[in-house]
Design a protein around this ligand. Structure first.
Ligand code: PEP
Length: 249
């Protein structure tokens, strides 16, 4: 299995001074104490190029938070996968629940974006996860299985990762139990292996949703958890680094 991946989703946070300072703090810290995992930070588009420069050679990779499905064209306000790659990104978060809910992104659109990311040489991190109502109705596995079937393009297992992010756990301080996380990750692994064969067995399955220093060790120790997608705690260098330090060696 690959090393665990701790990825920070900065969302719509970070002006140039603060963002550069945060990236600089990560750069210094990993030079002194390399974490037992891969690290990725996904700032807003405006900071991708700057952070790629600040973090060059540090071992901390930079990613985007979305991309368009086409490489170029008349799409005002959008950014393409080759543009992200050109700016120094190596990965891109796709289908985050905030984009599915706030921008009406469908599984089909996420699948097209993930295919565009792969074609541009970016590693797509495709987010899936159920709402609270879906979990309370016992439908969480069916919902996530449908999202996986609809959102992952052929060839995804070559470079892609899946992030299981229960919508109700994002930014709320609530997390599923360890048993619930392990059960969902096991289902996702079975699904990936059934669709992609051996390649599907080594795709990283990240957990995301209120990961913090106090719960990271227990979550990252669970079977089939290949890392974490971290929102709020990724904006504080010490917290992000503490989560990284809790990764399985
Ligand atoms: C996220 O938005 O991907 C996320 C996991 O956020 P948080 O860690 O703040 O719950």
């Amino acid at each position: 299995m690959p090393r665990q991946l701790i990825a920070g989703n900065w969302k719509m946070n970070g002006l140039s001074v603060a963002g550069t300072r945060l990236a600089g703090a990560l750069r210094e810290a990993v030079a002194t104490a390399p974490p037992p995992c891969d690290l990725l930070v996904c700032p807003p588009f405006t900071l991708v190029g700057r952070l790629a420069h600040v973090l060059l050679g540090s071992g901390v990779a930079v990613g985007g938070q979305d991309c368009h499905a086409e490489a170029a064209g008349a799409h005002t306000g959008d950014v393409s996968a080759p543009m992200l790659r050109d700016a120094g990104a190596t990965a891109v978060i796709l289908g985050h629940s905030e984009r599915r809910a706030g921008h009406g992104e469908t599984d089909g659109q996420v699948r097209a974006k993930a295919a565009a990311a792969l074609a541009a040489g970016l590693a797509p991190i495709v987010c899936v996860g159920e709402t609270l109502a879906e979990r309370e109705a016992g439908r969480q596995e069916a919902v996530v299985a449908a999202q996986l079937a609809g959102s992952l393009p052929d060839g995804f297992a070559v470079a892609g990762a899946v992030a299981y992010e229960p919508v109700w756990a994002i930014g709320t301080g609530k997390t599923p139990t360890e048993t619930e996380i392990a059960a969902m990750h096991a289902m996702i692994r079975r699904t990936l292996a059934a669709r992609f064969g051996t390649a599907g067995e080594s795709v990283r399955i990240l957990y995301g949703g209120s990961v913090k220093p106090s719960n990271a060790k227990a979550i990252l120790a669970l079977p089939e958890v290949g890392g974490a997608l971290v929102g709020g705690a990724s904006l504080v260098a010490e917290d992000f680094l503490a989560i990284a330090a809790a990764a399985r060696a």
